[in-house]
Design a protein around this ligand. Structure first.
Ligand SMILES: NC(=O)C1=CN([C@@H]2O[C@H](COP(=O)(O)OP(=O)(O)OC[C@H]3O[C@@H](n4cnc5c(N)ncnc54)[C@H](O)[C@@H]3O)[C@@H](O)[C@H]2O)[C@@H](O)CC1
Ligand SMILES: [K+]
Length: 215
């Protein structure tokens, strides 16, 4: 069953109100995403994994992925597309503060594209269901860099720039090899297999009761 983006937000809020807090959804989302990625690639030990992180909760999922991938022995670099003070949500902030205590993950901020390594894998945690309008900087430069770089590309929830409700694209968008969306498929995502690559919808622990009155 495919759902709307509005239904997803309502289910998320209802689950949160039931006590299954958004930080737990985010944890499960990041963990599920890493599980699919590692299943696909096999051993990620010593692989250079570059994670682009937007300022909303799509980025927060990327931050969770960074911690899990470090646990698998990957060489993880996080590029936060803004400054830490401007991270928008409590759960994303909480995950950033954990990474600040982890020298095994390299943290970069601001979005200036200048990397002294070639990534084996890029994780696109730039924009998810919160997208609106044309892509602004520094997100636009990050998306261009992703599209110009030849490596395996993984989209968190939806390729950034693709509207998960309509399936329409903004002025620029990422083209990925795998996309893992969360809880249930959103209506617009399967319309663009050319951008999503392999597509999966993974459960993140939201109680089915959180759907009551919404689906
Ligand atoms: N709904 C749910 O149940 C869950 C959602 N999660 C994640 O949370 C995401 C949604 O998080 P948010 O609502 O914070 O939204 P996003 O993280 O998708 O984006 C919101 C941010 O992007 C900025 N933005 C929007 N359009 C832009 C544009 N065109 N150019 C530049 N910046 C733009 C906004 O100012 C805002 O800061 C989902 O895609 C998913 O990855 C997960 O944590 C798991 C649970
Ligand atoms: K994304």
């Amino acid at each position: 069953m495919e759902i709307t983006v509005e239904q997803m937000y309502n289910i998320e809020n209802k689950g949160h109100d039931m006590g299954f807090l958004k930080k737990f959804m985010m944890e499960n989302a990041g963990a599920a995403a890493v599980k699919k990625l590692v299943e696909k690639l096999g051993n990620v030990e010593s692989k250079n994994i570059l994670i682009f992180v937007g300022m909303g909760n799509n980025g927060g999922d990327g931050l969770v992925m960074a911690r899990h991938l470090a646990g698998y022995g990957a060489k993880v670099t996080v590029m936060l597309l803004g400054t830490p003070e401007n991270i928008k949500t409590e759960e994303s902030n909480w995950n950033w503060s954990i990474l600040e205590k982890m020298p095994s993950v390299k943290l970069m901020t601001g979005g200036t594209i200048d990397f002294n390594f070639k990534p084996d894998v890029i994780v696109d945690g730039i924009l998810g269901t919160g997208i609106s309008g044309e892509i602004r900087e520094p997100y636009a430069s990050a998306i261009n860099y992703i599209n110009q770089t030849n490596c395996y590309k993984f989209a968190v929830d939806v390729p950034s720039g693709l509207d998960p409700q309509t399936g329409e694209t903004a002025n620029i968008y990422t083209k990925c090899d795998m996309t893992v969306t969360f809880h249930k498929m959103k209506q617009g995502i399967p319309k663009r297999p050319d951008l999503t690559g392999e597509l999966f919808a993974e459960k993140i622990g939201i109680p089915p009761e959180a759907e009551e009155g919404i689906l």
